[in-house]
Design a protein around this ligand. Structure first.
Ligand code: MEV
Length: 319
């Protein structure tokens, strides 16, 4: 029986601490959910299916089904309905988000996750996290071709993860909690494009780029050990090295570099771009004492928004 009362589902954003891009090629990466930004889907009774995203000026209706069969939002609802052997739900799904679009914080995967949960609940059903994760990954493939699966995994399970493509995710140990700032360049950039460009480099000059990708994997392993031991200075140095390696993969940008430099000059222990790059967000490792000062320096250097998140063995709290 389908649910007729109004209800909401949510999904958080995410940041990749280390290992983006190389994770597409089988190297490990570390990522955490960011709960201070989220997608909300509000479901209300309606005569027929409507999916609307007012921020994107988008409305998809069941009457128009033929025109948007391939649309990722429609596909998500369709898959959930198929899973339960149901016709499409007859409700209105209104998607709102505080996760900036195309900024490296996982807005696409978060929309799919919250919408998938909402569609199941609208049909009076519940999806397990494993099932939802597999479906969101399929939708991610429509968005950006060859995703590693890290974004959907962090966002669906809402836990910090050490992730290797094809092997799934395990939690990583945090010896001493640490604070990171997440600063937005304000420039949108599509992950699909940066991932495609890196693929081109890997195919056209593997001798040059494969060692960079492998080195990123080693940096991630060292960072995992440093995090377990609470060695934050060492972790910062590894973040700096990871940024330099991502720059060699051509996925940094002048704005990202400016914020990374500003954070370091203001006393951050380390800083790097996070996610697909070419714009979007960067992260800086800070101490509780230096956090406010470094956040000011980032704003001064052009950041349009600065969030902070504490990474610990439990789900991090945003601020
Ligand atoms: C995007 O958040 C992370 C990338 O490594 C792509 C992926 O893992 O699918 C750039």
């Amino acid at each position: 029986m389908s649910s007729r009362a109004e209800f909401q589902t949510t999904a958080p954003g995410k940041v990749i601490l280390l290992g983006e891009h190389a994770v597409v090629y089988g190297q490990p990466a570390l990522a955490v959910p960011v709960t201070s930004v989220s997608v909300t889907v509000t479901v209300t009774p309606a005569p027929d299916l409507v999916i609307e995203a007012p921020d994107l000026a988008l409305t998809l209706t069941a009457q128009d089904e033929a025109n948007h069969l391939d649309h990722p939002l429609f596909q998500m609802v369709h898959r959930v309905a198929q899973r339960f052997g149901h016709l499409l739900p007859r409700q209105r799904f209104r998607i709102t988000s505080t996760i900036p679009f195309a900024s490296g914080l996982g807005s696409g995967a978060a929309v799919s996750a919250a919408l998938g949960r909402a569609a199941a609940q609208a049909l009076g059903q519940r999806l397990s996290d494993d099932e939802l994760n597999a479906m969101v990954y399929d939708i991610e493939r429509i968005h950006h071709g060859t995703p590693s699966g890290i974004d959907n995994t962090v966002i669906v399970y809402q836990k910090p993860v050490y992730f290797i493509r094809g092997q799934g995710a395990v939690p990583f140990e945090v010896g001493v909690p640490f604070t990171i700032l997440i600063a937005d360049t304000g420039q949108t950039a599509l992950t699909r494009e940066s991932v495609g460009d890196v693929r081109h480099l890997m195919e056209s000059a593997p001798d040059r780029y494969q060692p960079i990708v492998q080195r990123i994997g080693q940096v991630v392993e060292s960072a995992r050990a440093a995090i377990a031991l609470g060695q934050h200075a060492q972790l910062g140095a590894l973040m700096d090295e990871n940024h330099a390696l991502l720059d060699q993969l051509t996925v940094s940008s002048p704005q990202l570099d400016r914020l990374v430099t500003a954070a370091r000059q203001a006393g951050a222990l380390g800083a790097k771009l996070s996610g697909g790059g070419r714009g979007g967000n960067m992260i800086a490792l800070v101490t509780p004492d230096s956090s406010a000062h470094i956040a000011d320096a980032l704003r001064h250097a052009g950041a349009v928004r600065v969030l902070s998140t504490v990474v610990s063995n439990t789900t991090p709290q945003g601020g």
